[in-house]
Structure formats: structure tokens, C-alpha cells
Design a protein around this ligand. Structure first.
Ligand SMILES: NC(=O)c1ccc[n+]([C@@H]2O[C@H](COP(=O)([O-])OP(=O)(O)OC[C@H]3O[C@@H](n4cnc5c(N)ncnc54)[C@H](OP(=O)(O)O)[C@@H]3O)[C@@H](O)[C@H]2O)c1
Length: 283
């Protein structure tokens, strides 16, 4: 049976726990520290934060206080939009390490491919940003590097200058919001998909089909959405600051959805909103 410590292998051989703990919209300070404590006590060994979440300090504090060896936690953070570019990336990476209080990262991601500040030249700016990512990786400061919110044309453009193919693409993946083109493209490049907002940032709970599957399986809607994500081969990153929910979201390994149930969820459309178009964001 799988568990929170089961792993996928990234293209460079690094292992990554198949569920991560999300920390977006978690207030810096005791809220985040308590939530990450609870997650670690529950058995989560993979934490997802970002410079833009402004809670790296609290995430790092909670990991240190947990008493776990650094190597027992898979830690991801992301480069924020205003820090794109070669030197700015190096500087931002140092700030993230310092805020987290760690000497290396397990995964560093470009958070968005096309920030509004660089919209007229995102291709060259991403190439320069990625060159810095490759250097950080080769210097051993980060064990794997990847991207987030990248669609096929962003990945394709990056591959024209990249020496290293991203190991991860973190995109919005939840019932009713699966961008098959990006999923297929990423898989063809051996890029692991991480599923952000696996609970639709709270929107999955009102979906009748998910409620009926949950009732049939005697599980919660959250557990059905997360089980679906895992059976699709995604890596879900559920977020919660509520201890009972943090535990509930980890209890997803002792049952399977049937192919019919998976198909039913695959067929959902427009139930949980859609990912933002990364070429049209206003940040
Ligand atoms: N790369 C990107 O651009 C990007 C974008 C968005 C998210 N992410 C990552 O993905 C993570 C998850 O996405 P998300 O934060 O959008 O949301 P999510 O995990 O899809 O949903 C979180 C929401 O659902 C609630 N919830 C969680 N478990 C529940 C349960 N068992 N029963 C009922 N309600 C439950 C939470 O409430 P409480 O907290 O109040 O319990 C919160 O309101 C983020 O935290 C972040 O790490 C990345």
C-alpha cells in the first residue's frame, strides 16, 4: 500500500513524495507554523511554498522545530515574478534559502512563465532565468528544478535554450480542470506533473458527482478528489490549516476508485473553475 512517504522518481533519479502539503494563502506566523507542524506529525514529508506566499520563514521554522533531519523533508519553493532574469534569480534564490533557514532546496520552480513586467520578452527572460536555475542545480544547491503554470508553448520555447529539461511542471489540476495538452506534453518530456489546487481551492465540495462517489465509497469529497489525482499519476498538493482536514487529506491510500468512477470524474467539466491563462495574468 502506498503512503505519504511513497515516492515518484523524477527524470534525474531524485525521489519525491507523492503528496505534498500546500501552503498558499497561509498567513505567515503561528498559523503556518502550526499547520506545517501538524502536517509533519501526520506524516507529510513534502512541503510546497513560494516566495510569493510570504511564509517561507514560518515554513522553515516549523521544519526545524520538527526535529526531522533536513534530508527527511522534501522542500519546494518558487521564484516570484518580479525576480525573473539571470542575476535576479541568483539573488532571489539566496533570499529564499535564507528565509527558509536551509542550505539547499529539493525543488525550485519558476512560478509563472509570463509575468506582466516581462510580457514583451518573456522568451529571452525565461532563457536567462533558466540558465541561473541550471547553475544552481549543477552547484548542488537544489536537487531538482522545474516550472509552474507552463503550457506547451512555454516549455517548447524554453527547450530551445535549455541544457536541462525541467523535472517538474506544477499546474492546476482538479476535477473539471485538466489541461490535457499540457498534461500530454509534460508526460512526453518525462516531466512530473504536480497538481496544485487539487481541491479546486475549496470548489470540489459542492460538486454532486463527487458527493455521490464519496457517499458510495464512504469517503469524503476531499479524499475522492485526492485519490483521483493520485490514480491519474499526478502529485496533489492539498492545503489546509485545519488539523482534522490535514489528517483526512492524508488518509487516501487504503482504497481505490474503479475505472468507472475515474471516468465519471474525468468527464466533469466547468465544475471547479479553470486555471488562469498565464499569458493574460495581471501580475
Ligand atoms: N504554482 C501555483 O501557481 C499554485 C497556485 C495555487 C496553489 N498552489 C499550491 O497548491 C496548494 C493547494 O492549492 P490551494 O491552496 O489552491 O487549495 P486546495 O488544496 O485545492 O484547497 C484548499 C481549501 O480547501 C479547504 N480544505 C482542505 N482540505 C479540506 C477538507 N478535507 N475538507 C474541507 N475543506 C478542506 C481549505 O480550508 P482550510 O485551510 O480552512 O482547512 C482551503 O480552503 C497551494 O497551497 C500551493 O502550495 C500553487
Amino acid at each position: 500500500m502506498q503512503s505519504l512517504t511513497s515516492t515518484y522518481h523524477l527524470s534525474n533519479g531524485v525521489t519525491i513524495p507523492i503528496v505534498g502539503f500546500g501552503t498558499w494563502q497561509m498567513e505567515d506566523g503561528p498559523t503556518t507554523v502550526h499547520a506545517v507542524h501538524t502536517a509533519i506529525e501526520t506524516g507529510y514529508r513534502h512541503i510546497d511554498t513560494a516566495a510569493a506566499y510570504q511564509n517561507e520563514g514560518s515554513v522553515g521554522k516549523a521544519i526545524r522545530e520538527s526535529g526531522l533531519a533536513r534530508s527527511d523533508v522534501f522542500l519546494t519553493t518558487k521564484l516570484q515574478n518580479r525576480d525573473h532574469g539571470y542575476q535576479a534569480t541568483h539573488d532571489a534564490f539566496k533570499r529564499s534559502l535564507q528565509a527558509l533557514g536551509v542550505s539547499y532546496l529539493d525543488l525550485y520552480l519558476i512560478h509563472w512563465p509570463n509575468p506582466i513586467a516581462f510580457r514583451d520578452r518573456w522568451q529571452t527572460v525565461n532563457a536567462e532565468t533558466w540558465r541561473a536555475f541550471e547553475e544552481l542545480y549543477e552547484a548542488g544547491l537544489v536537487r531538482s528544478i522545474g516550472v509552474s503554470n507552463f503550457r506547451p508553448h512555454h516549455l517548447e520555447t524554453l527547450s530551445q535554450s535549455a541544457r536541462i529539461i525541467p523535472m517538474v511542471n506544477q499546474i492546476r489540476l482538479c476535477p473539471g480542470d485538466v489541461d490535457l495538452k499540457t498534461v500530454d506534453y509534460s508526460r512526453a518530456q518525462n516531466i512530473q506533473l504536480e497538481a496544485y489546487s487539487p481541491l479546486g481551492t475549496g470548489l470540489v465540495f459542492d460538486v454532486p458527482d463527487l458527493q455521490s462517489v464519496a457517499q458510495k465509497k464512504n469517503r469524503t469529497v476531499a479524499q475522492i478528489a485526492l485519490r483521483w489525482s493520485l490514480q491519474k499519476g499526478f502529485l496533489p498538493l492539498p492545503k489546509s490549516t485545519t488539523p482534522a482536514r490535514i489528517v483526512e487529506n492524508a488518509d487516501v491510500f487504503d482504497f481505490d476508485l474503479t475505472q468507472e468512477e475515474i471516468n465519471q470524474i474525468d468527464n466533469l467539466t466547468d465544475c471547479c473553475d479553470q486555471a488562469l491563462d498565464p499569458d493574460k495574468t495581471n501580475f
